[in-house]
Design a protein around this ligand. Structure first.
Ligand SMILES: Nc1ncnc2c1ncn2[C@@H]1O[C@H](COP(=O)(O)OP(=O)(O)OP(=O)(O)O)[C@@H](O)[C@H]1O
Length: 276
């Protein structure tokens, strides 16, 4: 009999009580992030909610990674991040790289013992994750000898091994072929109650997410239910077309799509200005 799929195995970690769904998870208020004299992100207000699957889109350099890294910093204790840079340790094995995702969930003695000689429990759990990610290399293989797509799946595995309710991904499927990318995205969505993901794949954003946030030059110019969007609109969004007005709205055909209304009971965090 085959091993259970990860989505099933992990669903226990992602069950939210019905009353928790759509509860505000984070509200950013007047967020400005600057690198020297360049403003990478400047957003008046943006909220994320429990149970929501949110895609963040926008042209290269518009501030997506900067925003998502800030969101992760705010939600760290309950979030797993699969970042664009991956942060894998080259000469360590697939097992060790995945295991390191959950170091902060165990004592240092347990971690050290597993890093020296892996226990059966974590070995089986990590093998199960590797199988579900279609990683067919041995767990003992060093990451330095893996292909780009395999490395990306190790980074995904490290995030999945944390078994958090919130998954934050930054182009987490970009090195995979489209069919595998779709399959693994479905798995990630099924195994986390809340997902916030930077994507360049328009089709994925439309078909798998509840909400789409669009950035342009660090500003939020789109924030709507995915059901109001289509591919043509998103393609137009990626061009410097007049479909996006200076007030930050987006036109769909001859209708203006409303920005997603913010819940009035949300308590905003204080204004944040980060300078690097
Ligand atoms: N560490 C840094 N130091 C200086 N500038 C930075 C740094 N990180 C990002 N930036 C700048 O901030 C802006 C936003 O970068 P960011 O990586 O957030 O964009 P992005 O939308 O994620 O791009 P991509 O789709 O290419 O990954 C860019 O102009 C980038 O050059």
């Amino acid at each position: 009999m085959g091993k259970p799929k990860l989505a099933k195995q992990m669903s226990i970690h992602s069950k939210l009580a019905h009353s928790e769904l759509n509860r505000p998870m984070l509200t950013l208020n007047q967020l400005v992030i600057q690198f020297e004299d360049k403003t990478a992100v400047s957003i008046d207000k943006l909220s994320f909610h429990h149970g929501e699957k949110t895609a963040i889109i926008g042209r290269s350099g518009c501030g997506k990674s900067t925003l998502i890294n800030h969101v992760f910093e705010q939600l760290k204790p309950t979030a797993a991040l699969c970042s664009q840079r991956q942060g894998l340790v080259e000469n360590l094995s697939v097992f060790h790289n995945i295991f390191m995702g959950a170091l902060n969930q165990h004592s240092w003695i347990y971690n050290l013992a597993n890093l020296v000689s892996p226990f059966k429990g974590p070995r089986q759990a990590i093998q199960q994750i590797a199988d579900s990610l279609e990683l067919d290399c041995p767990l003992s293989q060093p990451v330095s000898s893996l292909s780009g797509g395999q490395r990306q799946r190790v980074a995904l595995g490290r995030a999945l091994y944390q078994r958090q309710a919130l998954f934050i991904g930054d182009e987490a499927f970009s090195a995979l072929d489209p069919v595998m990318g779709q399959r693994l995205l479905t798995q990630v969505l099924a195994s986390h109650e809340t997902v916030i993901m930077v994507l360049h794949d328009m089709d994925m954003a439309l078909t798998h997410f509840d909400r789409v946030i669009g950035l342009r030059e660090g500003k939020k110019v789109l924030d709507i239910d995915a059901k109001y969007l289509d591919l043509n609109t998103l393609e137009a969004f990626y061009q410097n077309s007049s479909d996006t007005d200076t007030a930050g709205g987006v036109n769909v055909g001859d209708k203006r799509v409303n920005e997603k209304s913010e819940s009035p009971q949300i308590e905003p965090l204080n204004s944040v200005v980060k300078r690097y």
